[in-house]
Design a binder for this molecule. Structure first.
Ligand code: SAH
Length: 348
């Protein structure tokens, strides 16, 4: 991370920077509050900052995302945003309105290199990591645009957050720390396809965030067909890392399981999954797969989903079926960005 990206700095780093440019350290607190509490998108908005300081900041613009597209669901008020970054890349974020509050799903990378077979976000590979400021600003812009408080954040958009580990940690600290939005760590969920060494690292960070693990299969053989990363880490290694995460943090693990018709949704699959995770302090989130046109995967029938759920519940496992939000606006995860890129490519 370049140290001139002020919005990615902690308050201490910002203090040092102020001193370096010949300013009083207390200015750091003011500027930090403008960026992370008042969600300012430019120096101009910071009304109590003297002109003399602003004049020095020409080379240090405030990172702020530009809205390229916004879609609002007529069904449930879900809003999907396509944001433009400084370098011309675009990323996708989603605001979901629940009874318990507003939840924002953010991207952690431009593209992804994990290659999960059913996922639209990985089709073009990884372009680059997002900076902490670019992760934060997805939430800041959405809260500014809607005027509604965001209470939950899920890092489940495009990208593998643990593949952008240092920036992810910095993002979490600024998001949940004092002087910013101060969102409770318990209301932050990070979803990973299972980068085992980073899962152990994360368990040592003394965070109270929820770890969601994308399992999607009851055994290694099936998992490897859906997720190339499963060739690197076995389910045994992943489940051990999950148990360690619970032991170290006391936080219950969420397993995500996308149901694909005829691939991982049979009674036998449910039985095998149960055997693997029985006794763990966990919760299973079933997601009927969102078909993408580049692949031939088909969503499980409602009956198969219910059946799968019942099988797990009978064995005492907590299960929910993910409620589909905003299904009338540009389909599944990563598809708004994908359709925008396809469109602009074909216009070239
Ligand atoms: N890289 C992280 C987070 C991003 S994806 C991870 O793998 O967990 C967030 C969740 O959506 C993951 O569980 C992912 O496997 C799932 N997902 C991606 N594409 C999907 C699709 N088309 N249908 C259903 N779930 C999908």
């Amino acid at each position: 991370m370049s140290m001139t990206d002020l919005k990615s700095m902690t308050i201490e780093e910002l203090k040092d920077w102020m001193v370096q440019i010949g300013e009083k350290p207390f200015r750091a607190k003011q500027v930090y509050s403008w960026m992370h509490e008042h969600l300012a998108a430019s120096w101009e908005e910071m009304t109590n900052i003297p002109k003399s300081l602003k004049e020095k900041t020409g080379d240090y613009p405030i990172t702020a995302l530009k809205v390229v597209d916004e879609q609002v669901s007529a069904l449930d008020g879900t809003r999907k945003y396509l944001f433009g970054l400084e370098d011309g890349n675009v990323i996708e974020s989603v605001l979901m309105r629940y009874r318990h509050g507003n939840s924002v799903c953010i991207s952690s990378q431009v593209g992804c290199r994990m290659g999960c077979r059913f996922c639209a976000s990985t089709l073009g590979g990884l372009t680059r990591n997002l900076k902490p400021s670019e992760m934060l600003d997805q939430i800041y812009r959405i809260q500014s645009i809607t005027g509604e408080r965001v209470s939950n954040v899920v890092v489940m958009g495009t990208g593998e957050p643990l593949d952008n580990y240092e920036n992810l940690l910095r993002f979490i600290h600024i998001l949940t720390g004092e002087g910013g939005l101060n969102i409770s760590q318990r209301n932050v969920t990070v979803s990973t396809c299972g980068l085992v060494p980073r899962m152990y690292d994360l368990a040592e960070e003394q965070l109270q965030i929820t770890l969601a693990l994308s399992l999607h299969a009851p055994n290694d053989e099936k998992r490897r067909e859906l997720m190339p990363v499963a060739r690197r880490y076995s389910m045994q290694e992943i489940l051990d890392a999950c148990r360690n995460y619970f032991d170290k943090t006391g936080r219950r693990i969420t397993f995500e399981y996308s149901l694909v018709a005829g691939v991982n949704d049979s009674e036998e699959d449910a039985r095998e999954l149960t055997e693997k995770i029985r006794g763990m302090n966990c919760h299973v989130n079933l997601i009927p797969v969102n078909p993408i046109k580049e692949r031939s995967y088909v969503r499980s029938t409602r009956a198969a989903v219910d059946n799968f759920k019942n099988k797990l519940e009978k064995c005492g496992i907590n299960v929910t079926i993910r409620r589909e939000m905003g299904s009338d606006i540009d389909g599944a995860c990563g598809q708004l960005r994908k359709s925008y890129i396809d469109r602009t490519e074909s216009e070239k």
